[in-house]
Every structure is written in structure tokens, then in C-alpha cells.
Write a protein that binds this ligand. Structure first.
Ligand SMILES: *Cc1c(COP(=O)(O)O)cnc(C)c1O
Length: 227
């Protein structure tokens, strides 16, 4: 399959998943995960209508943005270290991986200095896997209160990564739990509406559970050589 066909197939699957649960396909934003993918291929994806890109490394994102110029909305989806927060607020419009009060405060400082105001999603480690970043669900309210209080960060929702399992249905309880956390949070903060969840192998289940940002790499670009 060509890139164009794979992208069309992913879009068709998003549409289909939306239809199954009575959602408007336009309410789901496809984030093409472009980590390790060379610029010419990303350019092809833009020509096929890709509007949003997800990267997990600062250096790589900076190089690609320099070559590609405007035309994509960039999402930081990887683990974010405090010493990279300055670059992250410069390069990305949406930060999906804020998971501590300290990290939020550092991002705020740099956003203020740079006159930036990124959307912030709080990453929650719903499954409790020790290798995953993200805050424990019990820490979410405290972090959200802090982000909401900081003038240069916009509290925009929640993100999670489900444990990898052969059967995408295994991710459903994780996605559902994140949606419930979002629903509760949204009663306090109306703006906290986004749910960033679902990857190549489980995005349809994520959409059924309410995802409106799906982060998809392999299903669009093929297997990555390195990560
Ligand atoms: C790499 C990555 C993805 C995309 O994974 P695929 O399985 O290739 O779709 C999504 N989210 C995060 C946080 C990632 O690191």
C-alpha cells in the first residue's frame, strides 16, 4: 500500500469507529506520529491532508520543523524532561505529557518568557505500569489545579498510553478510566475536554471510549526502523 492508501485506510477506520458509536468523525483529530520518519515522507503525508504531527524528541522535532516550515500543528507526545521544557514550549502547540506540578511550573516559566501559551494535557498512568510515565490517578487533581492556575498554560485535557496487548479490547478499561477522569475534571474545568488516547493497534477502541486525539504512527507510515 502507498502512504496515501494507508492514510485513507486509517481515516476510513476512524470514520467507521465514529459511526459505530454515533460520533461525528470531524470531532476526532488524527495526529500522525512522525518520529523517525524522514521529512520527504512527512511532506507526502501533508499533501494527503495530514494536519497534525506528533514527535517525542526535541532535537528531531526542531530539525523537521525547520525543513517543513508552517503547515502542521505539532504535538509533543513523548516523555518530557524538565531541562527540555524550554524547547518544548517553543516547538509545540500541544504538550501531551505533563505529569507533575514541577514540570508544569518549569513549562510555565519558559512559556511566559517566550510569550507562548501551549495547550497542556496531563498524562495519566492509568494502568500503573512502572515503566510508563504519567502521574498516578490520585495525583491528577493537584496537577490540574496547578496547570489551571498558571497563566501561560492552557489546561486542555488528558492523555494516556494503554499497555500493549495483542487484543485491543484489553485497552478498553484503561481508556474508559481516562474518560471518567476527564469527565470528573471537566466538571471543574470546562476547557479540559480533550482525550488523547489510542495508537495504531487500539485507536478504534479508544474512539469508542471517547478519544478525540488519536496518535497513529505505524498504521500510516509503516514499521519504524528505530524508535
Ligand atoms: C510512538 C507513539 C505513538 C504511535 O505509535 P504507533 O503504534 O506507531 O501508532 C503514539 N503515542 C506515543 C506516546 C508514542 O510514543
Amino acid at each position: 500500500m502507498s502512504l496515501k492508501e494507508r492514510l485513507a485506510s486509517v481515516r476510513a477506520r476512524i470514520d467507521h469507529a465514529c459511526r459505530r458509536c454515533g460520533r461525528d468523525p470531524a470531532s476526532v483529530t488524527l495526529i500522525g506520529v512522525t518520529k523517525t520518519i524522514p521529512v520527504p515522507i512527512i511532506r507526502d503525508a501533508i499533501d494527503c491532508g495530514l494536519t497534525d504531527a506528533g514527535e517525542n524528541r526535541i532535537q528531531e522535532a526542531r530539525a523537521k520543523q525547520a525543513e517543513l516550515g508552517a503547515g502542521l500543528r505539532w504535538h509533543m507526545i513523548g516523555r518530557l524532561q524538565r531541562n527540555k521544557a524550554k524547547d518544548a514550549v517553543e516547538l509545540f502547540e500541544v504538550l501531551h505529557s505533563i505529569d507533575s506540578i514541577e514540570l508544569a511550573r518549569v513549562a510555565e516559566t519558559h512559556a511566559a518568557r517566550r510569550g507562548r501559551r501551549p495547550d497542556v494535557l496531563i498524562q495519566v498512568n492509568v494502568s500503573g505500569e512502572p515503566t510508563k510515565s504519567g502521574c498516578a490517578p490520585g495525583k491528577l487533581d493537584g496537577i490540574a489545579d496547578e496547570v489551571a492556575r498558571l497563566p501561560h498554560l492552557r489546561l486542555a485535557g488528558l492523555m494516556t498510553i494503554a499497555p500493549f496487548a495483542g487484543d485491543p479490547e484489553a485497552a478498553r478499561p484503561v481508556f474508559r478510566a481516562l474518560r471518567e477522569l476527564r469527565d470528573a475534571l471537566r466538571r471543574r474545568y470546562e476547557r479540559a475536554r480533550h482525550l488523547s488516547m489510542g495508537m495504531s493497534h487500539d485507536f478504534e477502541v479508544a474512539i469508542e471510549e471517547g478519544a478525540d486525539y488519536v496518535r497513529i504512527g505505524t498504521a500510516i507510515f509503516g514499521e519504524r526502523v528505530a524508535d
